[in-house]
Design a protein around this ligand. Sequence first.
Ligand SMILES: NC(=O)c1ccc[n+]([C@@H]2O[C@H](COP(=O)([O-])OP(=O)(O)OC[C@H]3O[C@@H](n4cnc5c(N)ncnc54)[C@H](OP(=O)(O)O)[C@@H]3O)[C@@H](O)[C@H]2O)c1
Length: 266
Amino acid sequence: MDRVGIIGYGHMGSMLVNGFLSSGVLGIDEIMVASKRQESMDACAAAWPGIGIARTNRELARQCRLIIIAVRPQETRGVLNEIASVMDGDEHVVSLAAGISLEDLEGLFSGSVTRVVPTATSAVGQGTTLVCHGRQVGMLDALRAEGLFSSIGNVALVDEVNLPAATLLSSCGPGLLAAIIEELAGATARASGLEAGRALVLTTEMAAATAAYLRETGKTPGDLVEEVATGGGVTEAGVQRLRERLPGVFDGTVAAMLERYGTVGK
Ligand SMILES: NC(=O)c1ccc[n+]([C@@H]2O[C@H](COP(=O)([O-])OP(=O)(O)OC[C@H]3O[C@@H](n4cnc5c(N)ncnc54)[C@H](OP(=O)(O)O)[C@@H]3O)[C@@H](O)[C@H]2O)c1
């Protein structure tokens, strides 16, 4: 049977299994999972009774044509080396590993390869999964992979050269925004005596509503700032202060992240 195989049942692997099965894009008999530790495989079997669990990565690779490798970047080469000998070259491998290029992956295995970058927010069907197909990926395989990932949110096709920057926004971005939400709520609570938990709830709701407003109206962030920050008002005082300091903070943040991206998986 032509099943979709997922190697690695960690944060991303379990999120993909949950997303593909909950959305109905795959049935329970269309998916197979392998992971390193027995505890992870037991957790998967308990969460999804009847799911196919492979005892080894090779057993999974023998039974699946589309194989998603959801292990850490430093483990990805080892897993591909391990399964390459049982594959016949007709498989489509989807790698989640940051920092391992299509060229590197194609050098380890003779089939077709796609790089995919999901995001933690895919767990609630939101956010964008980045997809970058290798040269050898046929149209049907490309569409099949894109269809799978569109069941857990948006899909954006990205050239490999733009993958680091796009990853920083769509995949690392939720971590950055979460840190900003935490800081804004914390500073407000410290300065005012507003209870910290209450401040966090208000800030989280505000962030979600702001994104929804921008998305639904098509307005730019600049338009919204102009609407909210009336002359001489409270928002204007805050926006002015942020605009003095944030460009430097964010230039440094992005530079540090891109530098780190260049070392991942090496
Ligand atoms: N987390 C994110 O937001 C995010 C976003 C986009 C892309 N990614 C990418 O997704 C990949 C997975 O990240 P993650 O956050 O899910 O990592 P994780 O939670 O550490 O999960 C990795 C899983 O790989 C399994 N594993 C390790 N070696 C293995 C082997 N030889 N054979 C089979 N399974 C093996 C581990 O299994 P056991 O539990 O059985 O030990 C673990 O559950 C990474 O390449 C990362 O760059 C992550």
